[in-house]
Design a protein around this ligand. Structure first.
Ligand code: SAM
Length: 324
């Protein structure tokens, strides 16, 4: 028996409310960054990708455009059909280059993009149906592993998982390890994962990427307060919160916060939350890695490193891992 779409939407909304209440009643207030991506958040994130300071997209685009054969080789070498599953696919604007290459090589595969935002999956499907009309696409809306479970239950072809865009950076280090272990657990020995990591580099370059002059990252963070107002009957005054970003070169953690500019009480679905002046809500981490950190993560999670694909500046790496 399947839940009706109305029931699922209700469950998601209840979960959103529970998560927001829990985050804002913690000693260190936080909000979960997966909730950034409503329709408006998707549009703002596409603006971030175009920002001159946000180098990550251009670096990974460089890899996807110029190292396509290197990325594709381990995927196509066995010569058998496969599912190409992308976790948090977004608009797939970079993946497009790999998909085009795989189609040209006559690889037998279905592209299965997973994303928590149904809206961005519609954008992806529209774009790809025009750009690559012969591509078989089966989008899957949902949280990473809920959606991956559904895919694994319905197909026993070999699997290649893409996890690009430094999405892994949006996890604490211990979380990323258990995430990669879970990813390996869903795959079979010989399957591959390609994971995008932003590398440690000049701290000022990193900080600027998340503290852009155009204020787009600020808009992206504040949009989550707007979403809470709209979807959870909240009354955040967006003018009373300010985006603050910091980067710690010792740990590689780049963190974003929203700081309350005044003492205030915010009500969300009938529950009050007190904010002291200058109190910060922790919004998101964007973790930076060294190549050694990445190899160790692979080893600890049940993968063997096959190769490192860098952009020409060596600011970013797509690591190719094989399940052992
Ligand atoms: C930083 S964007 C990157 C998009 C894409 N990977 C790229 O490289 O351009 C993160 C994407 O992951 C999705 N996402 C975030 N958390 C998710 C989750 N828990 N489950 C599924 N998708 C998620 C968002 O909706 C968004 O489209």
């Amino acid at each position: 028996m399947f839940d009706s779409p109305a029931t699922l939407a209700q469950q998601e909304s209840n979960q959103f409310l529970q998560d927001v209440w829990q985050g804002l009643s913690s000693k260190q207030k936080y909000l979960e960054s997966k909730y950034f991506y409503d329709e408006n958040g998707d549009v703002i994130f596409q603006k971030i990708m175009d920002c001159s300071d946000y180098y990550l997209t251009r670096c990974e685009m460089d890899i996807l455009k110029n190292k396509t054969a290197e990325l594709a080789f381990p995927i196509t070498a066995p010569g058998t059909p496969f599912d190409l599953i992308e976790l948090g696919a977004g608009d797939a604007s970079k993946t497009y280059f790999l998909l085009k290459h795989l189609l040209k090589s006559n690889a037998d595969f279905v592209y299965k993009p997973i994303d928590i935002s149904g809206h961005i999956l519609d954008v992806l499907e529209d774009n790809l149906s025009q750009q690559l009309p012969n591509l078989k696409v089966a989008p899957c809306e949902g949280d990473y592993f809920q959606a991956l479970d559904r895919i694994c239950q319905t197909s026993n072809r070999r699997k290649i998982v893409l996890f690009l865009g430094s999405n892994i950076g949006n996890m604490q280090l211990d979380e990323s390890e258990s995430f990669c272990q879970q990813m390996a657990h869903h795959l079979n020995p010989g399957d591959f994962a390609i994971v995008g990591f932003d590398l440690k580099k000049n701290p000022k370059t990193i900080l600027k990427a998340y503290d852009d002059d155009e204020g787009v990252t600020s808009e992206f963070n504040l949009n989550l307060l707007h979403r809470i107002n709209r979807d959870l009957d909240g009354n955040f005054d967006l003018k009373q919160f300010e985006h603050y970003q910091n980067y710690d070169p010792l740990t590689g953690a780049c963190r974003s916060f929203l700081v309350s500019l005044t003492e205030q009480t915010v009500t969300i679905a009938g529950r009050d939350f007190y904010f002291a002046k200058d109190e910060a809500i922790y919004m998101e981490v964007s973790q930076k890695y060294s190549p050694e950190d990445i190899d160790e993560l692979a080893e600890r999670s049940g993968f063997k490193t096959v190769s490192h694909c860098y952009d020409h500046k060596k600011w970013y790496m797509d690591a190719i891992w094989k399940v052992i």
